[in-house]
Ligand binder design. Structure first.
Ligand code: 13P
Length: 248
């Protein structure tokens, strides 16, 4: 008899380079009451900019919200201008770290090797890395999507503990474009990722134009264990609706 595997969904909001501390404070005063009845069968995570981490960590004390950073470096300290150390994050009760998002991959040429170092460093300090993978529009058109994602998964996850890691499948063409990947296609890719990673326990999120109107369908998919939300997480009411997703 095979053991029942329960993957607790993770609903995460990536604020990217948005929200000052005062905006974050106003957001939380609207958001927290709206999620006070969210079922405990899911985790709710916010990834604000570094400057708002301390504001948020003071506000989430008795709530069900957890904190993520948008990056983490592989060294504890040193001459790494503009980077953030895992020690600095832990001090603010941060529990997750997004690594390998397509924006730093594209704008700062982040490599799979660097992303892997970040994931390992996060884990060695008790942070759960959220490793982002996904193909561009051109790669999908050329029929290369699966090969690209497989490489990102295999190189990004090398020497990591898959029980303390999340993968976010974010097709680049679906990010900030309003074009969501069809739920069935996203599910197909997520099940391939699970196979390539070789773990039935791995939590795999979908990201890319997730919104209140499509969250219930996305969360009803068998291999999608949560979402990584950009634009729609900036609006407290909409993100609270996403966090309150319901499956028929
Ligand atoms: P959008 O939800 O705005 O498409 O962004 C997705 C994303 O990049 C989350 O990390």
């Amino acid at each position: 008899m095979s053991a029942l595997i329960v993957r607790k969904p993770v609903i995460a909001g990536n604020w990217k380079m948005n929200m000052t501390c005062s905006q974050a404070q106003r957001y939380m005063s609207e958001f927290l009451p709206l999620i006070s009845d969210v079922p405990h069968d899911r985790n709710i995570v916010l990834a604000p900019p570094f400057t708002a981490l301390s504001t948020l960590s003071a506000l989430i004390d008795n709530s069900s919200v957890q904190l993520s950073s948008q990056n983490v470096h592989w060294e504890d300290s040193g001459a790494f201008t503009a980077e953030i150390s895992p020690m600095m994050l832990i001090e603010h009760k941060v529990q997750y770290a997004i690594v390998g998002h397509s924006e730093p991959r594209k704008y700062f040429s982040e490599s799979d090797e660097q992303i892997n170092l970040r994931a390992i460093s996060a884990q060695s300090h008790g942070l759960i890395p959220i490793v982002c993978v996904g193909e561009s529009f051109e790669q999908r058109e050329r029929g290369e999507a699966e090969r690209v994602i497989r490489r990102q998964v295999e190189q990004g996850l090398e020497n990591t503990n898959l029980q303390k890691l999340i993968i976010a499948y974010e097709p680049i063409w679906a990010i900030g474009t309003g074009k969501t990947c069809e739920a069935k296609e996203a599910n197909r890719i997520c099940s391939l990722i699970r196979k390539w990673a070789g773990s039935n326990e791995l939590i795999i999120q979908y990201g890319g134009s997730v919104k209140p109107a499509n969250i219930d369908e996305i969360m009803s998919m068998s291999d999608i264990d949560g979402v990584l939300v950009g634009g729609a997480s900036l609006e407290a009411e909409g993100f609270a609706r996403i966090a309150n997703y319901q499956i028929e």
